[in-house]
Write a protein that binds this ligand. Structure first.
Ligand code: G3P
Length: 210
């Protein structure tokens, strides 16, 4: 329906808000995409500009994914327990992630989708989101690779949904697998660097992030 199309369009625009690029340009006069990993995301903002910029970028990017899914409450007439509602929410979240990766407001060069994906999972399944967050943190703390944590946490999501939370809705699972594959695609350069031992490390409990 027109209503759903409008919601999907808004979700894309929401995802497209290039938080890392705008915060970098407005408050620091730089484009974070010209430094570090060249990515317009939370990790690279922490890496280049520190936590004062990184934390707001993370919160806003997570919020974008959450809000995109929340649009389903305003733009659909299906009951929130229905499969149709769940599928609509999934589509909204995926579109927001695509917007984050290919933002219309920043020349289609955005981030890798992780923070926005996390926001979406938060909206869809709180417990799964918390589990993914713990998995991410454990990997980050032990390996110091954000990218590795992001990829493993993304893959854990569909696995947890099936085996831990016994979610029956097939599109939830299918979506989870598709997004995990999308995450592998956006992390191609990270994978190459990880294999060569050249990925930059991030220390959660140290001041200097390299
Ligand atoms: O936030 C995305 C993360 O998984 C990797 O970011 O900047 O290290 O390529 P980056």
């Amino acid at each position: 329906s027109t209503q759903s199309l409008i919601a999907l369009f808004i979700a894309y625009l929401l995802g497209s808000i290039p938080t890392a690029v705008w915060i970098g340009k407005i408050f620091y006069g730089i484009d974070v995409r010209e430094y570090g990993s060249g990515n317009a995301g939370t990790t690279n903002t922490f890496r280049i500009l520190g936590k004062k910029a990184g934390i707001p970028v993370m919160l806003i990017d997570v919020f974008k994914g959450w809000l995109a899914c929340y649009l389903a409450h305003w733009f659909s007439n299906y009951p929130p327990e229905s499969i149709q509602f769940a599928n609509f929410q999934l589509s909204l979240g995926i579109i927001a992630i695509v917007g984050h990766i290919f933002p219309v407001f920043a020349g289609f060069r955005g981030g890798k989708g992780i923070a926005t994906l996390f926001g979406m999972v938060l909206a869809i399944h709180l417990q799964a989101a918390l589990c993914c967050c713990v998995i991410f943190l454990v990997i980050l703390i032990f390996s110091h690779y954000v990218s590795l944590g992001s990829m493993i946490a993304s893959f854990s999501y569909p696995v947890l949904m099936i085996f831990a939370f016994h979610v029956g809705n097939k599109s939830v699972i299918l979506f989870g697998v598709c997004v995990a594959v999308l995450v592998l695609v956006t992390h191609q350069k990270n994978i190459e660097r990880l294999l060569k031992g050249k990925e930059s490390k991030s220390y959660l409990f140290k001041k200097k992030v390299q």
